[in-house]
Design a protein around this ligand. Structure first.
Ligand SMILES: [Zn+2]
Length: 132
């Protein structure tokens, strides 16, 4: 599907922005937030979406630790995948730059674009926020 290519491109651009500490969410006139790639607000269907900066730090809401990964990520295991809330949006990413034992709900994290040791592709990471 050509839709997939468009979505990949959109997310790649967003990774570029995140790598430059310029991550953003998309806000519709009703105040709903979503992440690229989006053309329509997933909550109300509004098509006027504005880029607004994401908060610098988010908070881990839930996470899972993977000890036996799929082959595509075998060199990265074990690793934790977390869902963190950044203001009004939720971001899913691999927890990086910390010991797995320290990963917990409520942990303050920052976005960090990292490269998978297995695939060499860029992935979205969540690193513990500095200054804690
Ligand atoms: Zn909306």
């Amino acid at each position: 599907m050509s839709d997939t290519e468009v979505q990949d491109a959109g997310f790649d651009d967003w990774l570029d922005a995140a790598a430059d500490d310029e991550a953003y969410s998309l806000e519709c006139p009703e105040g709903h937030h979503s992440l690229p790639p989006r053309r329509v607000c997933p909550d109300c269907g509004a098509t006027t979406l504005e880029e607004v900066p994401l908060p610098e730090t988010g908070e881990i809401e839930t996470f899972t630790v993977t000890h036996v990964p799929t082959p595509a990520f075998e060199d990265d295991a074990p690793y934790a995948t977390a869902i963190a809330s950044f203001g009004s949006v939720r971001v899913t990413g691999q927890v990086v730059d910390t010991d797995l034992e320290t990963v917990e709900t409520g942990l303050s994290v920052e976005l960090e674009v990292t490269v998978s040791e297995t695939t060499g592709e860029r992935v979205l990471g969540l690193a513990p926020a500095s200054g804690d």
